[in-house]
Design a binder for this molecule. Sequence first.
Ligand code: ADP
Length: 488
Amino acid sequence: EASPTSAADIPIQHTDCFIDGQWLPAASGKTFATINPATEQEIAQVAEGDAADIDLAAKAARRAFDSGDWPKMDARDRGRLMYQLADRIEAEIDSLAALETLDNGKPIRESRNVDVPLVIDVLRYYAGYADKIHGSTIPIRGNYFCYTRREPVGVAGQIIPWNFPMLMTAWKWGPALAAGCTIVMKPAEQTPLTCLRMAQLAKEVGFPDGVINVVPGFGPTAGAAVVKHPLIDKVAFTGEHRTAQVITRDSADTLKRLTFELGGKSPNVVYADADLDAAAQGAYMGLYLNQGQCCCAGSRLFVESSVHEEFMEKLTKLTNRRKLGDPFADDTEQGPQVDQNQFDKIMSYIDKGRQEGAECVSGGQRFGDRGYFVEPTIFDSVTDEMAIAQDEIFGPVLSVLKFDGSDEIIERANRTFYGLAAAIWTQDVRKAHEFAARVRAGTVWVNCYDVFDAAAPFGGFKMSGYGRELGEEGLKAYTESKTVTVAL
Ligand code: ADP
């Protein structure tokens, strides 16, 4: 099979709801358009699921959890199915990457060489966990035998955003399936296509009906129905903190277990003693990766005053030669933003940056006249209280601030209501470890940025969320602990 090289070559196979192993139109009959962000043209009409479809999916997932083949299956066989899903995805890597690029706009070289390989890696990592989930035996007072069991939490509701559609699906499915949960997933309305394709591949490798259900639709309808449904035990959500606040309220009646992975305004700190070439590369990649649409983007770049000029020269040189354009071209490094809303929001922050007196030293304009492209943009002379230093922009807009000395920088790095990630570039191990200990963030990178691994937990402090994904902690979030005490 030849790899698709343009949007026109990509077949759209699945646009309905995937419920109980069947492809079904929305009960209401409604559909919505998913748009190619590089051309602003409609790709396909997709079923617009709402509460009625979520209800069917929740009942199917409940049934699959409580009876049938899934709870009877040995954990090791569950793991094997997950390996088979990973293998199927690997066999279709080119077409899945193309579908991701079509729906999301990310460059094909990233979807093909980063996103889908990470999807496969996460599924294999958690597949290996399926038969290694166990409790402990506990010596208690008296003549008893006491032990704990780690059981699946039940039906997991999963709501994901559009920035890494397949990878977020894998981050959610991996631990849930390994733990023995069943799933009701609501993909983002901007990017439903790859998640639906993954559901079909799961069906083909033999996941029992009802274990994985995918209902495309909008947040306040389909998403809210997941959060409120009494047959769903847990909600794992990735998106904006404001949405998480709504979810917290909506889930109160059913007291769902919640895990949230939310936004950020992550500090990336460059000391004068750092390897400045590596730091410039890290600052560049840490912000512009995925069109700046990363919750952990290093969007507050602090540079020690004494090297500011030298560092900015390196950084602007990298930024000015970034290649924007057709995401299906092999050499494209930056594609369009995901939709008109995001494009408008980013452009309004660029205006705000100028109005507040920051100095735009790179980019600052729309790129081209078709598609939601924004030039990679750098604002220098940014100060802590400016909106572009405080708000998550979720686009290719970097704010550069100067600092002098360690005490000041740790306090300023923490002066944000987010706490997702932070990075420091220095040759001085003492400074690095002090920063790592004192910064209020769930992930700290030292002399690197955006290093992810399926085994390393990821998540936020403060308004960046709670709970962790990936690693053993991510798995535990899909389990309940049960204590069993036996009189001897
Ligand atoms: P983003 O700005 O990345 O789109 P959102 O938090 O708005 O962030 O969206 C992330 C996901 O949450 C999407 O799948 C969206 O449909 C869903 N969502 C939005 N509003 C709600 C809601 N009220 N209840 C449940 N899910 C929602």
